[in-house]
Design a protein around this ligand. Structure first.
Ligand code: FA5
Length: 354
């Protein structure tokens, strides 16, 4: 008899819902008692085969039971969702946490950021230039003509493709060179910046550069330089020495002296190499400075008037100083790193120390 079956289903449902422990249990019971494949729905399908009187009676009972079971299920769901089992939810705060593995900036990026912070605090602007450069901005405008032996001082990676710089070539009517290259120093930014700005200004230009060199512990083919350029009406060597001393003292967090020695760069006149007092012994002489008391840093000088003219300034109107040195070499001094090739080795044991 269908009626008895329906009543039996109701009683079973009541008992099982009563025993349900979790919301998941209740959802499972809902499928079991009222789902499409449940016995209850099967009984409803059989209604079509019974007499009209019985159909009416059983139909009404079935509807009432369905509503009753659904109400029971809903009520139980609500009760379970609102009960908080303190025991199950207990957190042991003494269990060591899973350590999150966090990345960090590459040591060279850290050094670059540090340098930029020091210079911006001294009123400098940060300038940028292309790594794929034309011959004009990398050489000619810096007073290094085509057949000049000074070009051999920087072994160059020449590029075959012309297309990359075609747009840039229209930047300036001075640029009629066809050949393009990977810039060999950040001094190209001197020209790029002066073409678009008028003095007075002070800029730094950190960036990646390329040289077709034999590699060893002190030489990379891809490395970073860091240019400084200060131009105005009466900039002099004293200004350079002061800025350099300020910068290196802040960078090494101790009093640093700067000394200059005569040198030669086509784009500066006079040119000099500059050294800083040894960051380890302070000038007394130790193994880090090979007892010299000084560490070699890089090249600098007063901007050659030919460079100003190439960038579009009148001759002899302005004066300026420029310097350029290697970022890796500076990082090596600061952190006592013995081989420049560590930086781009991809060796995480090295990187993780910073
Ligand atoms: C130049 O590149 C000049 N443009 C610097 C300059 C700028 C002088 C403005 C005057 C005015 P030089 O070739 O000496 O100069 O390189 C400068 C610095 O780059 C060096 O002192 C050194 O620190 C670094 N350097 C040069 N070659 C390498 C290399 N292969 N690997 C790593 N660092 C290098």
């Amino acid at each position: 008899m269908l009626k008895e079956k329906i009543v039996k289903i109701k009683e079973e449902a009541q008992a099982e819902v009563e025993n349900a422990k979790t919301v998941e249990d209740v959802l499972q019971l809902e499928i079991q008692f009222l789902g499409r494949k449940s016995e209850f729905v099967g009984i409803l399908r059989q209604l079509k085969d019974v007499s009209p009187e019985e159909k009416k009676e059983v139909g009404q009972l079935a509807n009432a039971v369905k509503v009753e079971i659904q109400t029971l299920l809903n009520q139980k769901k609500k009760n379970l969702a609102s009960t908080f089992d303190a025991e199950a939810e207990k957190i042991d705060v003494t269990v060591p946490a899973v350590k999150l593995r966090k990345g960090h900036l590459h040591p060279l990026t850290q050094i670059q950021n540090e340098i930029e912070d020091i210079f911006t605090s001294m009123g400098f602007e940060i300038a940028d230039g292309p790594e794929v450069e034309d011959e004009f901005h990398n050489f000619d405008a810096l007073n290094i003509p085509k057949e000049h032996p000074a070009r051999d001082m920087q072994d160059t990676f020449w590029l075959k493709s012309q297309s990359v710089t075609d747009d840039k070539r229209n930047d300036t009517d001075k640029n009629t060179n066809e050949r393009i290259l990977l810039r060999t120093h950040t001094s190209n930014v001197q020209i790029r910046y002066m073409e678009k700005h008028q003095p007075p200004f002070r800029i730094i230009a950190p960036g990646r550069i390329y040289r077709n060199e034999a590699l060893d512990a002190a030489h990379e083919h891809t490395f970073h330089q860091f240019e400084a350029l200060v131009v105005g009406d009466d900039i002099n060597v004293g200004n350079f020495k002061f800025v350099a001393q300020e910068f290196f003292s802040k960078f090494f967090k101790k009093e640093i002296q700067v000394r200059i020695r005569p040198s030669y760069f086509p784009f500066t006149e006079p040119s000099f190499e500059f050294d800083i007092s040894c960051t380890v012994c302070g000038g007394k002489g130790c193994s880090a400075c090979k007892n010299a008391g000084w560490l070699e840093i890089g090249g600098a000088g007063m901007v050659n008037q030919n460079v100003f003219v190439a960038a579009g300034y009148p001759r002899n109107k302005y004066q300026g100083f420029a310097w350029g040195f290697g970022l890796e070499r500076l990082a090596m001094m600061k952190y006592k790193i013995d081989d420049i090739r560590h930086f781009h080795s991809g060796d995480l044991r090295f990187i993780k120390q910073f």
